[in-house]
Design a protein around this ligand. Structure first.
Ligand code: SF4
Ligand code: SF4
Length: 433
């Protein structure tokens, strides 16, 4: 495998707007839906069968941990609502990843489960980790608490990874004290860890109120991605194919820490999250919705009308994924929803690579993307990983963004990563079996 250093992308655009008045925003509160949907992902497990302990008709309380066995592998989520399970089914999602979909018919008489409070009383902190995993954001607390190596530093996102997304900037500016309280909850769970806050220059003064160490990040994509922050701010390169947590560092969203502070205060894990909704004419609104709320309900609350054929993207503009139904739920890591009018949807093509090299110049990981795309188009997943540095890709999406032939390079890459991982897992189980 080739291991490339990060040279930084040759393109200079994609600068974030400065949001001077972000602290004055009042998020639109989306009402609780009639039916909430939960998705439980578990790597390496087919969830088309083998759901052992969750039945239709089961009653759930808000904040209740749902632990399931998927073909012998444990996985869990936390119910964001009180209600009754109305559907449990295995689904296949983006890049062929399997997940378990649970529909919960909501009961308006909300009841709160005491599980979080009990878990918080356990002295070693391990019982609380599955609840923290379910907080809004991306941090895999169960994984990092189970590592042999301690986490030496948390880097708190006070900036958002993609342009137009505002969640973490809003939380840092508007809920600074709660963020500081969340940091104080984090410290005893990971004793001895240092806490840094990564912020754009205009939020530096606010970040200092938290008393964490402050790292100012250039608000230009992709310098806001974890790998780039590590390289530029800490002069530390993450080796290809390694998870950053294995190196003793973890990223956590400002929103996650505020939700953590609230959870310890109230005894119930946070089940709401903020997300930015960008309309067809480019207007942006910050909304606050329960995890599991169908995106159609978010649009209704924000007064947004969609038409058949509109493109709905869940996630940021660079790496988001299109969704095909307004029943798709807000997930714990849904930072934004973008709507594009049908006529304005950028087309992608199956034309051949013209070898212009734009993707290679844009790639911050120094990958020969023009070669990589050729093997991926032909389904040569192992060659992609072994010869053309697939594992070094930091999933920024810039290659697709710049490609003049409109080849969906990024989607080929994500599919290639999934397939290479699947092959490696199958080989591992053959060796063990
Ligand atoms: S998504 Fe494309 S541009 Fe970004 S790191 Fe991966 S190969 Fe390079
Ligand atoms: S930008 Fe597109 S056309 Fe140009 S080399 Fe890369 S994949 Fe080929």
């Amino acid at each position: 495998m080739l291991i490339k250093s990060f040279f930084g992308p040759a393109i200079t655009g994609l600068r974030f707007p400065v949001l001077e008045n972000i602290h004055k925003e009042i998020p639109i509160r989306v009402p609780e839906p009639e039916t909430a949907f939960l998705h439980i992902y578990r790597n390496g497990v087919s969830v088309t069968g083998g759901i052992e302990n969750l039945q239709v008709g089961a009653a759930l309380k808000t904040g209740q941990r749902i632990a399931v066995e998927l073909e012998g592998v444990k996985a869990s989520a936390v119910s964001p609502v009180t209600g009754v399970v109305s559907q449990v089914s295995g689904q296949t999602g983006y890049s062929g990843k399997n997940y378990l979909k649970i529909a919960v018919k909501v009961d308006r008489k909300e009841q709160f489960d005491p599980g979080f409070r009990k878990a918080a009383e356990e002295p070693d902190g391990s019982a609380i980790m599955p609840f923290l995993d379910a907080l809004p954001g991306n941090t895999d607390f169960s994984f990092i608490s189970a590592l042999q190596k301690p986490i030496r530093a948390f880097i708190v996102y006070g900036i958002d990874t993609e342009p137009f997304v505002t969640t973490n900037q809003f939380i840092l500016a508007a809920r600074t004290e709660e963020l500081r309280a969340g940091m104080e909850r984090l410290r005893p769970l990971f004793r001895g860890c240092r806490i840094f806050v990564a912020v754009p220059p205009y939020l530096e003064a606010m970040a200092r109120i938290t008393r964490a160490e402050v790292t100012v990040v250039e608000p230009v994509y992709p310098f806001t991605l974890p790998e780039m922050i590590m390289k530029k701010a800490f002069n530390f390169e993450i080796p290809a194919g390694r998870r950053i947590e294995e190196l003793g560092v973890a990223f956590v969203n400002a929103e996650t820490l505020v939700a953590m502070a609230e959870a310890f205060e109230s005894g119930t894990p946070g089940v709401r999250k903020h997300l930015t909704v960008v309309t067809k004419n480019g207007d942006a609104a910050l909304v606050n919705a329960k995890i599991g709320t169908p995106v159609g309900k978010v649009f209704s609350a924000a007064g947004i009308h969609t038409s058949p054929g509109d493109l709905i993207v869940q996630g940021g503009p660079m790496t988001g994924r299109s969704i095909h139904s307004e029943d798709a739920p807000v997930l714990k890591n849904t930072e934004a929803l973008f709507i594009r009018e049908r006529a304005e949807v950028p087309f992608s093509s199956d034309s051949h690579c013209i070898n212009c090299g734009e993707c290679v110049r844009a790639c911050p990981a120094g990958i020969p993307v023009n070669m990589l795309v050729r093997v991926l188009e032909n389904g040569l997943w192992e060659d992609a990983a072994g010869l053309y540095d697939l594992d070094a890709c930091i999933e920024c999406g810039l290659c697709s963004y710049v490609c003049p032939a409109k080849i969906p390079v990024f989607h080929y890459i994500m599919l290639g990563k999934h397939e290479a991982e699947r092959i490696a897992r199958a080989e591992d189980s053959d060796v063990q079996g």
